[in-house]
Design a protein around this ligand. Structure first.
Ligand code: NAD
Length: 487
């Protein structure tokens, strides 16, 4: 199956933080792949803007190395033409350096202007202010704001208010790269493009839903930042919350940005507060025999008394007609047994079994894998082949995209690539709105405050495990079990 590529209109993209880790690893290699795919017009311009002193030639060299190192080099044989689209300006978000030069570069062009804030969150407000001061916050310009968007409700509100001083909500693109993943969008296609699922998508037929985002990596070089954040802020408030919204929301009337985001917001606002015994926090231990390379969380963040969690499991309830009484189990952690992100809808047992007791308990399970091997599997119960009576067995109806859609379907566009193209097209569907972000913090804040008030100490868990045993216990108390975390 050949994917259709529709080129975007000519644009100027300024990447503040254009020399940083995210720009080098994701944004620039992603843009090159879009260029190779024929999605970027020849007139497009990419301007790196960062504190480092260098000229455009030096920047092109840096970007060329980044593309070689972080993928995309083989996307086509046209790197030089892509590099010719790049310029650089040394700039200080908090000072005056570079702004006049940038203003000059952007002047007099009738094309889409995008300013990507790929810098520390403390600079988001400064950049917005400077852009306005220097006359670059025009009606048609857009800003892309990286995560984290605040660290609690108060800071998110303050940031929203600051950005709103200079830009309209329709100009602000808050990025959550999880929303750019192919399978996440497929979730909407599967739910709302098929008759099969939606009638069953409710408390009457669904026993429970699980969302797991497991990582094998530890905090790595992000220790200092992570220790002030933790899994709840770093993963649950944004990524897992977004997945929860898409799986639980009502069908929007149209696939348009505000219709979708209105429905997501209703889900967040309908979430009950989480009870303390429906929460498990964990912190990983060192890998036995490999303490040097895989140290414990506390050693990795260089804080022997740290009480920050690298793992969270929780049970959430949504108080509305569709989901009343149906638990949503969320779990995420670092240094787990496998890298795997999966949403699983576990349907209820059939109301009555016509088969003998030894036929066993069987239920339909729909699992949506985000990574690796993006795809969707539906567990269906059939008769075990062969003689010997009616024995039942569960088999997967497997739709691994790479297999089902052929090489082009399998060779998927990275989330950042897709999202940047969406910004240029002016499509906000896959970006979080101000009220959504605030509602998510309003739900998360009391959980974090509760831990702080109780002086909660995270439970240790082994590196390479599925998290603290308490997480399994929480499920067993409900007569359920977590899905296996497998690569
Ligand atoms: P980084 O530290 O590697 O890069 C920071 C960039 O900001 C550099 O280009 C630096 O020159 C520039 N900078 C710093 N101070 C400046 C100033 N005063 N004026 C102008 N430029 C300045 O950071 P990063 O890892 O690339 O992260 C950038 C943003 O993206 C952060 O908000 C981060 O939370 C977010 N993010 C990063 C990742 C990732 O994988 N790196 C993932 C998700 C979100």
């Amino acid at each position: 199956m050949v994917s259709r590529v529709i080129p975007v209109d000519p644009f100027d993209l300024v990447i503040f933080g254009g020399t940083g880790d995210l720009a080098r690893r994701k944004i620039l290699p992603g843009l090159y792949r879009r260029y190779c795919a024929g999605q970027m017009p020849e007139e497009a311009r990419i301007i790196g803007a960062a504190r480092t002193e260098m000229d455009s030639a030096g920047y092109r060299e840096m970007v060329s190395e980044a593309i070689s190192e972080f993928g995309g080099k083989d996307a086509c044989d046209n790197l030089d033409a892509f590099l010719a689209m790049l310029d650089y300006v040394a700039i200080d978000a908090r000072g005056e350096t570079g702004w006049a030069e940038l203003q000059q570069m952007m002047a007099g062009k009738d094309r889409i202007e995008v300013y990507y804030f790929s810098v520390a969150p403390g600079l988001f407000g400064d950049l917005a202010e400077r852009l306005q001061q220097w006359g670059m916050a025009g009606e048609d310009s857009r800003i892309v704001v990286e995560k984290p968007f605040g660290r609690d409700l108060a800071s998110a509100r303050a940031l929203n208010a600051t950005l709103a001083t200079y830009f309209k909500e329709q100009q602000i693109y808050r990025i959550d790269h999880y929303l750019g993943k192919e399978t996440v969008q497929n979730l909407m296609a599967v739910r709302f493009g098929n008759m099969l699922f939606e009638p069953l998508w409710n408390r009457q037929y669904v026993d429970h839903i699980q969302i797991t985002v497991a990582e094998t990596v530890g905090v790595g070089g992000r220790g200092e930042y992570y220790d002030k954040s933790g899994a709840m802020r770093d993963m649950v408030q944004n990524h897992l919350m977004q997945l929860l919204c898409l799986i639980a929301m009502e069908p929007p009337a149209r696939f348009d940005p505000d219709a979708v985001r209105d429905e997501k917001l209703k889900v967040i606002r309908a979430l009950d507060p989480v009870l303390p015994h429906h929460l498990v926090r964990g912190q990983y231990e060192a890998e036995e025999g490999n303490e040097e390379e895989a140290p414990s969380y506390r050693d990795a963040v260089d804080n022997p008394r740290s009480r920050t969690e690298s793992f969270v499991a929780l049970k959430a309830h949504i108080s509305n007609w569709r989901w009343h009484g149906t638990p949503f189990y969320l779990r995420t952690g670092k240094r787990m047994v496998a890298r795997s992100s999966e949403i699983t809808v576990v349907f209820k047992d059939t109301p009555h079994s016509i088969f003998a007791e030894d036929a066993g308990r069987h239920r339909n399970v729909l699992s949506i894998r985000l990574q690796p091997n993006e795809g969707i599997t539906l567990g269906v119960t059939i008769k075990e082949p062969g003689p010997g009576g009616m024995r039942l067995v569960d088999v997967p109806l497997d739709m691994t995209f790479a297999e089902a859609l052929g090489p082009d379907g399998g060779d998927q566009v990275d989330a950042y690539e897709r999202l940047i193209m969406d910004v240029i097209r002016g499509n906000q569907t896959l970006f979080m709105r101000d009220d959504e972000v605030e509602a998510a913090w309003a739900w998360t804040d009391p959980i974090i405050q509760g831990w702080e008030a109780r002086n909660d100490v995270p439970k240790p868990y082994d590196s390479g495990s599925t998290g603290p045993t308490d997480a399994g216990e929480m499920m067993r108390r409900d007569g359920r079990e977590w899905r296996k975390v497998s690569p």
